[in-house]
Write a new protein. Structure first.
Length: 181
């Protein structure tokens, strides 16, 4: 038997050589740049906050919580251009050829979240979180009620407890929340 010799210079030891730019996804880099610019503008906007909302603890500066959220978004955004590198290492990377369409569930998820945000004034934040935690797993294909129901109950409960008791942030009770009290 003869052993085949690889004469292709683009492969070495059975592995393809990848240019250094393949480490970073350029489309994701562009999206990350836009998000970081938005974060920068929002961070700058928080400098004009003069008083703390009555929903928040009064011993923190008014810009603290908005800047905390902006900072978390910015840190997560920094990982975005490198995501495909890590997903590719795990073997779950499907590639991106530019012909893939956005799935309808993406638009339905966005519409669901907009509807929930609009309903917070009526439902209140806790019931709105419950609705999201109940609806999104079902929308994304989860069918095990033994998983969905505990998640839909425990996640909003945990968020409410952490924010209300540890951080001193009180959520909007909503019209329905006031009626149920």
């Amino acid at each position: 038997m003869t052993e085949s010799v690889n004469t292709d210079p683009s492969e070495e030891n059975g592995r393809e050589r990848a240019p250094a730019s393949s480490f970073i996804d350029r489309a994701d880099l562009g999206v990350a740049f836009v998000i970081l610019v938005g974060c920068g503008l929002l961070y700058w906007t928080t400098a004009g906050f003069e008083e703390v909302s009555g929903l928040f603890a009064q011993d923190v500066p008014p810009e603290f919580f908005p800047r905390l959220v902006i900072g978390v978004v910015a840190v997560l955004t920094l990982a975005l251009p490198f995501e495909q590198f890590f997903v590719r290492k795990s073997g779950k990377y499907r590639g991106r050829d530019g012909t893939q369409n956005i799935r309808p569930s993406t638009y339905i998820t966005a519409a669901c979240l907009v509807a929930v945000v609009a309903s917070i004034a009526f439902l209140g934040a806790a019931l709105a979180m419950f609705a999201v935690c109940l609806a999104l797993p079902v929308l994304w294909g989860e069918r095990r009620i033994k998983v969905i129901l505990p998640y839909a109950i425990l996640m909003p409960l945990a968020v409410t407890l952490v924010f209300s008791y540890l951080l001193g942030v009180h959520f909007e009770p909503g019209v329905l929340g006031l009626v149920l009290r």
